[in-house]
Ligand binder design. Structure first.
Ligand code: HEM
Length: 251
């Protein structure tokens, strides 16, 4: 190899970089800080998925057909247990971190895309899901606000004891509320589908040997978990609501 080629190439590269007005330092700072944020997004995202799985399992008690007795016991346990209080703080930090890092990364990507790659726009466009992540994430945030003010705030901060089961029955007797959940859960599935795959890619866990297993977990996460949640408003509106109306009509 020609020994002179190395300094010349490096010099040329620096010259090119200077022409584009970006320094090596900028590139390293951008690269490492973005990777760091992506890793934190992936870890908080995976933690939120674990929460969602637990939350779904707990909420499946609504189907116990015991007029909410078991669900009430579960709800009382969540309200009174100090360990759960602590986990809720971690959960709030994880949600907050996930949102903040997501917005920072989105802003950075937007800036880079619009300034540096104008001529390669089509080629460099991320896939639809990745580009709409900020939108789907915003819808989920709105959903969370509505959801927490309906269920979490009354069960945790009311002076008088609130029946968690009654809250659920009341909320889903409103068809618009249930419909809003179905839309939000569809969007959640879309968000999870992209998020789960990119988390595994970021964390370097994509491996040929484990791909079928990871694909199965991904399917459970983005498809079955939202479907499980969606079954709740459907059940309460069509079956529970219908049954209680029939009973009331009978008296
Ligand atoms: C139809 C399905 C759902 C029902 C019936 C439901 C019900 C509830 C109830 C009753 C609470 C307050 C009591 C508790 O802490 O468990 C709660 C809290 C919460 N829910 Fe849901 N939920 C549903 C879906 C979701 C979804 C899809 C998400 C996230 C995207 C979510 C996120 C949360 C969070 C973050 C809390 C507060 C943390 C906690 O203490 O558990 N929920 N939910």
């Amino acid at each position: 190899m020609n020994r002179m080629a190395v300094p010349f190439n490096n010099h040329r590269r620096l010259e090119l970089l200077n022409n584009n007005m970006i320094s090596m330092n900028d590139i390293f700072t951008f690269y490492y800080s973005s990777i760091g944020k992506k890793v934190l997004m992936s870890l908080t995202g995976l933690f939120l998925i674990i929460f969602l799985t637990e939350h779904l399992v707990g909420n499946l008690l609504l189907f116990a057909n015991d007029s909410g007795k078991m669900y009430e016991v579960y709800g009382d346990f969540l309200v009174s247990n100090p360990v759960i209080r602590f986990i809720e703080i971690i959960l709030a930090i994880a949600i907050f971190g996930h949102v903040i890092f997501g917005v920072i990364l989105w802003l950075k990507n937007r800036k880079v895309r619009s300034v540096k790659y104008i001529s390669f726009r089509l080629k460099d466009n991320a896939k639809l899901a990745s580009r709409t992540t900020i939108l789907t994430g915003t819808v989920i945030l709105i959903f969370l606000y509505v959801h927490l003010t309906t269920f979490f705030i009354p069960t945790r901060f009311s002076v008088e004891k609130v029946s968690t089961y009654e809250l659920v029955v009341q909320a889903f007797s409103n068809p618009w509320y249930g419909f809003f959940y179905l839309i939000a859960l569809f969007i959640l599935g879309y968000h999870l589908r992209h998020g789960f795959q990119s988390a595994f890619q970021t964390l370097g866990l994509r491996n040929k040997k484990y791909t079928p297993f990871l694909d199965l977990i991904a399917f459970i996460v983005w498809c079955l978990i939202p479907l499980g949640f969606a079954a709740i408003p459907i059940y309460f509106f069509f079956f529970h609501h219908a049954a209680s109306t029939a009973i009331m009509g009978g008296y």
